[in-house]
Design a protein around this ligand. Structure first.
Ligand code: TMP
Ligand code: ZN
Length: 406
């Protein structure tokens, strides 16, 4: 272990080692295989502050650049989720002409609701391609990573933010103290900072080890978030579980003493202490379940192949890169993956080089089975693809356990 805990500087202890991995969103053209980058994917827990984190997160510029292929607006359900969040933020700011800042505004899936209503807003988004999609929806944004300097610039040009929001972004920011210092400076006293990220308790409970990939530097617990924000003069005032992204937690944070702390915070922390979710026994048992899950999935896929059945993947998600490479899934087990994102079409999956095909090909492939890599969008996809099941197609699931959906 070479790194230091991103929160407190102690030496974190590795509890799960996935070995060498490619970048989760490093989709490749046919001529690019030789230049592919790999790094060590290892998850560690800090013995001092119990923050769960990647032991060696790759440099952000490697992952979030002008070719970032993840567009938030591919899921209808996520669209509804962010509309609800945008409306709640505008309501709860408690001022007449609010200014709302979003960290990692992607293609404007959330801020478009502010833009449409003429509400002052600003996105902070390092990847130009996704930000351009946001601009087409009327979303204003600046092209950069959010840190203390970015906060200072926004403060000087636009003034304090009444609300700051970040969805599936804080867990991506390895320099978490710089981001939190920026939030504390930019937020108006009495304002709200709302962020949500995959919740470690759900990852553990569902053996959702595919949430572990290069971009996810942190796997938050309510207890860890409370300690982190307290170091910046802020206070966790609410914690509210969300169904999206395979189980997330929405954290509401304010400057210390400015808002009433809801009972949810103490209740969640009490539950976390009782379950010991960040303690060595739980972490060791998670690792054992992850290893067993790999064995089960590979055995199932080999059975399908040996029976001469055609298996494809559904959704070339970031998460799938971890599953595919950790399990050693090659194109002879999963012959291609269909995905709705045009930027991924005609490319090859990171590491295993499985071809990515447009979603439009899914029906024509007439696969016998499809591995649901986008399992976090399961209900939406099963409903959309009813015809696949009706003609006898099987869904292969691996979260919370490996099985064929009957
Ligand atoms: P996510 O799991 O990180 O949200 O990524 C979802 C990926 O799955 C993205 O590449 C789009 C793709 N996708 C489909 O191909 N079909 C679908 O119906 C949905 C919801 C997503
Ligand atoms: Zn620590």
């Amino acid at each position: 272990m070479t790194g230091r805990c991103a929160a407190c500087g102690a030496a974190p202890e590795v509890f799960l080692d996935f070995g060498r991995m490619p970048l989760a969103n490093g989709f490749l053209a046919a001529g690019e295989f030789d230049a592919e980058r790999f790094f060590d994917l290892r998850v560690a827990c800090c013995p001092s502050c119990r923050l769960i984190q990647l032991a060696e997160p790759p440099a952000p510029q490697l992952m979030f650049n002008d070719a970032y292929p993840f567009f938030s607006s591919t899921s209808r359900r996520m669209g509804e989720h962010f509309e609800e969040l945008a409306l709640a933020l505008m309501r709860e700011c408690g001022v007449r002409d609010p200014f709302i800042v979003e960290l990692g505004s992607n293609d404007g899936i959330l801020l478009q609701h502010c833009a449409r209503r003429g509400v002052r807003h600003l996105g902070v988004e390092p990847s130009a391609n996704v930000a351009a999609a946001g601009a087409a929806r009327g979303v204003r944004s600046i092209r950069r990573f959010f840190d203390g300097d970015a906060a200072g610039e926004i403060l000087a040009s636009c003034g304090h933010a009444d609300a700051i929001v970040a969805a599936n972004v804080m867990c991506h920011i390895a320099d978490i103290h710089s981001a939190l210092a920026g939030v504390a400076a930019l937020l108006r006293p009495g304002g709200l900072f709302v962020f949500e990220d995959p919740y470690w308790g759900d990852i553990l409970e569902r053996t959702a080890y595919d949430q572990v990939y290069d971009e996810h530097a942190f796997y938050f617990t309510v207890g860890a978030v409370r300690s982190l924000v307290e170091r910046h003069g802020m206070e966790l005032v609410d914690a509210c579980p969300q169904q999206v992204h395979g189980g997330s937690m929405r954290y509401t944070v304010a400057h210390a003493g400015r808002r009433t702390v809801r009972a949810s915070v103490g209740a969640w922390i009490g539950r976390e202490r009782a379950s010991g979710l960040d303690r060595p026994p739980a972490l060791a048992s998670f690792r054992a379940r992850v290893e067993a899950s790999r064995g089960d999935l590979v055995a199932l896929l080999r059975r399908f192949r040996d029976d001469g059945r055609r298996v494809v993947g559904y959704g070339a998600t970031s998460k799938s890169t971890t599953v595919i490479n950790y399990c050693g899934i090659t194109p002879d087990l999963v012959e291609c993956i269909t995905d709705t994102t045009p930027a991924k079409h005609g490319k090859y999956s990171p590491g295993a080089h499985i071809p990515i095909r447009p979603h439009a090909d899914f029906a024509a492939l007439r696969a016998d089975a499809a591995v649901l890599f986008a399992w976090n969008h399961r209900d939406e996809i099963l409903e959309k693809e009813r015809a696949f099941r009706d003609r006898g197609g099987k869904w292969i699931l691996f979260v919370p356990s490996v099985r064929v959906l009957e």
